[in-house]
Design a protein around this ligand. Structure first.
Ligand code: FES
Length: 109
């Protein structure tokens, strides 16, 4: 299963600035489309399990709706407290109109 990309979204259905929650490989992920491309991160905030799918995406930063932590969706790095631990970000490939994610490949933080 290592190295396997799975289709999670249609690129044409997710304009820049939008994001959607999906399930892939037993994980709940957030697929985000930014000016820098498509990105996949865990949907659960590392501060207190807030659902990032209910948050706000501005540029490459997503803000948690619960207490305002922000993460870089391209890397998973924390941009703003109260979260202190980065979220996982996964490798994404776009083939034709398909956005694919490799849930076994976490990007370096
Ligand atoms: S649960 Fe996300 S900031 Fe607290």
């Amino acid at each position: 299963m290592a190295g396997e990309f799975v289709a999670v979204a249609k690129a044409s259905a997710l304009p820049v600035g939008e994001f959607k929650a999906v399930e892939a490989g037993g994980k709940r992920l957030l697929i985000c489309h930014t000016e820098r491309g498509f990105h996949a991160i865990d949907d659960t905030c590392t501060h207190d399990d807030g659902p990032l799918a209910d948050g706000w995406l501005e540029g490459t930063a997503i803000e948690c709706p619960r207490h305002g932590a922000r993460f870089d969706v391209t890397t998973g790095k924390v941009l703003c407290l109260p979260a202190a631990v980065p979220i996982n970000a996964y490798r994404v490939a776009v083939e034709g109109d398909e956005v694919r994610v490799n849930v076994s490949e976490v990007l370096p933080k």
